[in-house]
Design a protein around this ligand. Structure first.
Ligand SMILES: *[C@@H]1O[C@H](CO)[C@@H](O)[C@H](O)[C@H]1NC(C)=O
Ligand SMILES: *[C@@H]1O[C@H](CO)[C@@H](O)[C@H](O)[C@H]1NC(C)=O
Ligand SMILES: *[C@@H]1O[C@H](CO)[C@@H](O)[C@H](O)[C@H]1NC(C)=O
Ligand SMILES: *[C@@H]1O[C@H](CO)[C@@H](O)[C@H](O)[C@H]1NC(C)=O
Ligand SMILES: *[C@@H]1O[C@H](CO)[C@@H](O)[C@H](O)[C@H]1NC(C)=O
Ligand SMILES: *[C@@H]1O[C@H](CO)[C@@H](O)[C@H](O)[C@H]1NC(C)=O
Length: 437
């Protein structure tokens, strides 16, 4: 009966207001009753909301508590029992964090072998290459933002090999947060959307989508630089935002976000070449950056460079014959597949080059069915899959997949709901989606 306490005043107020508007007494009474009911319902929903909130908090605390237990035992290297996951491939090794970088303390300190860092193996053990980066783990792909002609799109589509996942699996970005030419990656249980532009300006802000709670948040501190056409990768539990341009100049700087302490830091060694609308991909402890535009001149960047996370150094690798921008790349079959984009004269191209990691040689592969640029490339079912983009006339809905065995691209039945280009695409581990795809 607690809602009756303030009701005396409220009741008189409503009656008074009602009569002063010269309604009849019965209709006024009816209004008061409706008002009363509304009040009761609102109180009830607040009460239910509070209970739900308390349950959520309790659950979160339990999860936090549990992950702290796991984490602290990992940091002290006594966790062989705590990680129940079986060894995935036995190649990845946990290191005690403090040995090499206290700013990235956490659960993601895995290296290919103990020999790749100057540290003893006392506090490391081999296990699941975790932080949701188990390469054998199944993922679906989220397609975020982008444009169709001059119109920005705030819809998020989630796809897998055989079609769309159920609608609303990832909520659409709020309309006031539209983006294109942005960069995205999934780190931990969040999906990050950084930089790019909206209808007004190039952004330095990032949005975060909590995959489990299914909400978009604006709680990530901004990057130091505004960037359009930057690229993002996740590596060892951190988010790397690389290059892009600020409207006049291509950038070589790299900013790294650590989601555990919510801070950004600059990579002390920038890329060798400033680049925008390039492509990036990771393989083991390497982050590869290839091609792109070199503003303020209108040239393209004829180079490929790799950042070695273990040594902290960039080095140049042999670039492919054809220089491109607005292309995409992805690792498959122990090599980097580079597809599509635009050449120096701005024409869209469908040619494909493959960088073989075994012998560091480039070789041409079968051309795409559709010459597309500003599209998304993702690996689904072990095959590189190109979706959307622009064919020089219009934005596209179509998707095609490359088979290394057959050396051919074939169009998939899968089509995007919205034709779009300049969007971002990022993998989401199926394990984060309790109801699956
Ligand atoms: C590795 O660390 C040891 C002791 O900290 C040092 O003496 C040695 O020079 C280091 N080796 C290399 C290759 O950096
Ligand atoms: C863009 O970046 C260049 C080079 O870093 C800098 O000189 C210029 O002032 C920047 N422009 C804007 C608009 O921030
Ligand atoms: C990075 O450097 C380490 C140590 O030299 C080496 O073992 C590893 O293969 C390098 N990674 C890449 C991607 O080049
Ligand atoms: C990569 O190069 C190695 C060694 O030359 C070769 O055995 C392998 O088949 C190549 N991979 C592809 C996909 O062509
Ligand atoms: C690059 O050019 C050379 C010589 O012109 C040619 O032999 C080679 O096949 C080309 N490679 C690719 C990947 O196009
Ligand atoms: C995945 O690829 C294999 C071999 O290429 C194929 O047989 C299978 O049907 C594909 N799976 C899906 C879901 O399309």
């Amino acid at each position: 009966m607690f809602w009756l306490a303030p009701a005396g005043f409220d009741l008189l107020f409503v009656l008074d207001l009602c009569l002063s508007l010269q309604s009849s007494l019965p209709s006024c009474l009816a209004m008061v009753i409706v008002h009363r009911l509304e009040l009761i319902i609102s109180h009830l929903s607040v009460a239910v909301g509070s209970v739900l909130w308390i349950i959520t908090r309790a659950k979160k605390r339990m999860v936090n508590f549990w992950s702290r237990q796991v984490r602290s035992s990992i940091n002290w290297g006594v966790s062989k029992g705590a990680m129940s996951t079986p060894h995935v491939n036995g190649r990845w090794t946990w290191y005690e964090a403090q040995e090499w970088d206290s700013s990235t303390r956490g659960v993601c300190h895995l290296f290919q072998s103990c020999g790749s860092r100057n540290t003893s193996c006392t506090f490391c053990y081999t296990g699941d290459r975790s932080c949701y980066r188990d390469e054998t783990e199944q993922r679906v792909s989220a397609i975020i933002g982008g444009i169709f002609f001059e119109t920005s799109i705030n819809d998020v589509e989630v796809i897998e090999q055989s079609g769309h996942c159920k609608p609303g699996l990832v909520e659409d970005t709020p309309p006031e947060w539209v983006r294109w030419g942005h960069a995205s990656a999934t780190v931990g249980s969040s999906l990050y959307v950084c930089g790019g532009r909206d209808n007004f300006e190039i952004k330095n802000s990032c949005l975060r989508y909590d995959i489990v709670r299914r909400v978009w948040e604006n709680d990530v501190s901004p990057m130091k630089f505004s960037r359009q056409g930057a690229k993002a990768v996740e590596a060892y539990g951190e988010l790397y935002i690389m290059g892009g341009h600020n409207g006049t100049h291509a950038l070589s700087s790299v900013e790294i976000f650590n989601y555990e302490d919510g801070t950004w830091r600059q990579l002390d060694v920038p890329m060798i070449h400033p680049r925008a609308d390039h492509c990036t991909a990771t393989h083991e402890d390497g982050i590869y950056a290839l091609g792109g535009r070199s503003l303020p001149d209108s040239g393209l960047v004829a180079s490929m460079e790799v950042f070695n996370i273990t040594t902290g150094q960039w080095s140049e690798l042999k670039p492919p014959n054809l220089t491109r921008a607005d292309h995409s790349c992805a690792f498959m079959e122990n090599g980097l597949l580079v597809a599509g984009g635009r050449d120096l004269s701005g024409n869209n191209i469908g040619t494909v080059d493959f960088f073989n990691l075994t012998n560091h040689q480039w070789q041409p592969m079968a051309e795409m069915v559709i010459e597309r640029y500003a599209f998304g490339l993702t690996v689904m079912n072990d095959s590189a899959t190109a979706v959307g983009g622009h064919n020089g006339v219009t934005a596209l809905k179509s998707a095609e997949q490359y088979s290394m065995g057959m050396n051919e691209w074939r169009l998939l039945e899968l089509e995007l709901d919205n034709a779009r280009s300049e969007f971002s695409i990022t993998g989401i581990p199926l394990s984060l989606l309790p109801e699956g795809c």
